[in-house]
Design a protein around this ligand. Structure first.
Ligand SMILES: CC(C)(COP(=O)(O)OP(=O)(O)OC[C@H]1O[C@@H](n2cnc3c(N)ncnc32)[C@H](O)[C@@H]1OP(=O)(O)O)[C@@H](O)C(=O)NCCC(=O)NCCSC(=O)c1cc(O)c2ccccc2c1O
Length: 267
């Protein structure tokens, strides 16, 4: 497992007064999109936080004021056909989803900018989400030749309801923080410079409560939707094959070349 001092794509800090681990995706030049290395580091960070008795909750955020996370690094995918080197030679995004759900401590997303594609899925999987007033939310897979037919769609529908989830995935618009709050996609909306303070306020409260009670509650909330993991296994197996196709490659290439994709041959 990657040691915290070797992290290149994220930063990891334990802030003891609030008993919180702050995990920051640190690729602002790529809108904090993730490659394989980023995903490996995020998994390691959640394991560090899980094992550390000083930590009662985790804040997940992005560096800078533009992006929380723009999902998979589409430029890397367009250039290399994949998401780059990883520790085990596997792109372990599903393991990251599991780590966020299974760590027996609440995870708070502090959404500081765009949360799009796989980055939107990350915040949806967090236990709580706080948005900056400037945050924007949405999915983009069908525009760039991708989809998340596991938690990213089925669990999203539990959060916002079927119609809104289908709207998010079929229209691919971006929604502002106020709309996200109205839809129940985020718990709070605050001014950009108050975002981390609000996240720490949540963490401080959580840190004062019984960790065992919180652990049972988190597992209990999860139990009802844990079977979606199986759906995710099917979906990601399909996605691995789909991203190899000309149709999916057209989506990634169009994004990198700053043009509209032409999916008409694949109808
Ligand atoms: C995020 C945006 C809506 C922001 O739009 P805006 O107009 O504000 O900014 P720009 O478009 O000018 O972007 C600024 C700058 O950042 C670069 N950038 C943005 N997003 C990415 C990205 N995802 N990868 C790489 N680089 C990115 C952008 O190119 C600009 O750089 P310049 O050098 O040109 O200045 C908008 O940018 C946007 O729509 N971005 C793409 C969002 C997206 O499609 N994400 C990927 C979805 S697919 C995915 O997430 C995914 C997840 C998985 O878990 C998978 C698992 C297995 C296989 C595939 C998976 C997968 O595809």
């Amino acid at each position: 497992m990657i040691k915290a001092e070797d992290f290149t794509d994220i930063t990891y800090q334990v802030e003891e007064p609030d008993a919180v681990a702050v995990v920051t995706i640190n690729r602002p030049e790529r809108y904090n999109s993730f490659r394989g290395r980023t995903v490996d580091e995020l998994i390691a960070a959640f394991k560090h936080a899980w094992a550390d008795r000083r930590v009662a909750s985790v804040i997940l955020t992005g560096a800078g004021d533009k992006a929380f996370c723009a999902g998979g690094d589409v430029k890397e995918r367009a250039e290399t056909g994949g998401y780059g080197e990883t520790e085990w030679g596997i792109f372990e995004i599903q393991r990251l989803h599991q780590a966020i759900r299974e760590i027996p401590k609440p995870v708070i997303a502090a959404v500081n900018g765009v949360a799009v594609g796989g980055g939107h899925v990350l915040h949806v999987l967090c236990d709580l989400s706080i948005a900056s007033e400037t945050a924007r939310f949405g999915q983009s897979g069908p525009r760039v030749g991708s989809f998340d037919a596991g938690y990213g769609s089925a669990y999203l529908a539990r959060v916002v309801g079927e119609k809104r989830a289908r709207q998010i995935w079929f229209l691919l618009d971006l929604y502002d923080a106020q709309t996200a709050e109205r839809w129940g996609l985020v718990n709070d909306v605050v001014a950009p410079d108050a975002l981390l303070d609000k996240a720490h306020e949540y963490a401080r409260k959580i840190g004062s409560y019984s960790p065992t009670a919180l652990r049972f509650l988190k597992h209990s909330f999860n139990a009802d939707s844990d079977h979606l993991q199986g759906l995710g296994n099917v979906a990601f197996a399909g996605l691995d094959l789909f991203v190899e196709s000309d149709e999916a490659k057209e989506g990634a290439a169009a994004f990198a070349e700053k043009r509209d994709p032409d999916f008409s041959p694949y109808r």
